[in-house]
Design a protein around this ligand. Structure first.
Ligand SMILES: *Cc1c(COP(=O)(O)O)cnc(C)c1O
Length: 395
């Protein structure tokens, strides 16, 4: 059974999908296949494999039964025909760009975009003559205006980081497909529990599985899912570029995925409760959370998503020193980059990923001195709020 039972719920699929195809033992859990290569009993089998008559593994860079189980589970959760695992989210993004962008083509991305993705576009894709236009998220008119005859891809996160802007996927898909442009959604902040972009017409969905899919702050991985026809050249590219996942990490991801739906339910509840509490606090100037009516994309988010996850971005009514006093007063939260694990993480974007961005440029992106990104884990909401209350008193 590679898919969950027909009409099964998200939790049932998260537990069962993908796992029952290993027949060599009766283990309930999929084994970790620690091997770099796979042997053939005779030359006939080698030839049958080469000619596509036999489906099996060959060499560790092209496939491993442990990662195949993860890929099947993901395909079922995302509603995609096929998925590919990578060593990291960045590897998923860079391999996808290299596989799908012809030399000298045009790419459109949104501005509130993962910093290293932007860096890859600037430093590396430009060498292939790929030109890039950056547009504001959630403005379909800007997308329409940016499309050229040589545009190959529109790539965006949804929700974006750190302001959690939400893309109306069917709307952008209609505009992009009309002009022959493929739509790739980085759905890391949503997960297939909260949003399924493939069902809304997106061509590919990408994840940093390091975040919610893995869910325990213990691994790095990336994934893409979509129709086999689009996924195939990307799978072939991994075999050449070599950014494959280790089978230990793949197994941890398989284990993490089984509780995805349960964990997301708690992340969704904690995010909403904490966002509401922060919005009512006199020392908090502004909160960005798609589940709040004050968020610019609240209407799109409630129409398209089933929950808004655990990341809450907010600005404290203070200066840089006050923000540092606040964050250093927190004890329960880990001050660390990343999000999506069971432990709550907190960071000041200014001291973390934006430290080396010139001040004027950073402020133009909305990254002020007192902006905080809180990634709620699955602890009890009351404890998260008590911790925030204590730390805000130190501002
Ligand atoms: C973390 C992240 C990435 C990069 O993923 P890694 O697994 O850290 O390589 C890409 N996109 C988004 C939205 C992310 O949050």
């Amino acid at each position: 059974m590679s898919e969950g039972p027909p009409k099964a719920g998200k939790s049932t699929r998260a537990v069962h999908s993908g796992e029952r195809e290993h027949r060599d033992s009766s283990a309930v859990t999929t084994p970790i296949h620690l091997t770099s290569t796979f042997w053939f009993p005779d030359s006939r089998e080698v030839i049958d494999y080469n000619e596509g008559r036999l489906k099996r593994e060959e060499y560790g860079r092209y496939g491993n039964p442990t990662w195949k189980a993860v890929e099947r589970k993901l395909s079922d959760l995302e509603g995609g025909e096929e998925s590919v695992l990578f060593a990291s989210g960045m590897c998923a993004a860079t391999t996808t760009f290299l596989a799908l962008l012809p030399q000298g083509s045009h790419l459109i991305v949104t501005d509130d975009c993962y910093r290293r993705t932007r860096q890859f576009i600037r430093q590396y894709l430009s060498r292939m003559g790929v030109e890039t236009t950056v547009i504001e998220p959630a403005d379909p008119a800007k997308l329409e205006a940016a499309i050229r005859d040589d545009t190959a891809l529109f790539f965006t996160e949804s929700p974006t980081n750190p302001f959690l802007r939400v893309i109306d996927v069917p709307e952008v898909v209609e505009i992009a497909h009309h002009r022959g442009v493929k739509v790739v959604i980085d759905s890391t902040f949503a997960t297939p529990v909260n949003h399924r972009p493939l069902e809304e017409g997106a061509d590919l969905v990408l994840h940093s599985a390091t975040k919610y899919l893995g869910g325990h702050n213990d691994l790095l991985a990336g994934t893409i899912s979509g129709p086999s026809e689009i996924v195939k050249p990307i799978r072939d590219a991994v075999g050449v570029l070599g950014g494959v996942i280790d089978s230990h990490a793949a197994w941890l991801l398989l284990r993490g995925l089984k509780t995805l739906s349960l964990r997301m339910q708690r992340h969704n509840e904690n995010g909403l409760e904490v966002a509401r509490w922060l919005e009512a606090h006199p020392k908090v100037a502004r909160v960005w959370y798609p589940g709040l009516a004050s968020h610019p994309d609240h209407e799109t988010a409630t129409r398209r998503m089933q929950g808004f996850a655990g990341v809450v971005t907010f600005e404290i009514e203070t200066d840089f020193d006050g923000a540092v006093r606040f964050i250093d007063a927190t004890r329960l939260f880990y001050q660390a980059p990343s999000f999506g694990g069971v432990e709550t993480l907190i960071e000041l974007p200014v001291t973390m990923s934006y430290w080396d961005v010139p001040r004027e440029e950073r402020l133009a992106m909305g990254i002020t001195d007192s902006l905080v990104r809180l990634a709620c884990g699955i602890e009890d909401a009351g404890d998260l709020i008590a911790e925030l209350e204590r730390a805000l008193a130190a501002v």
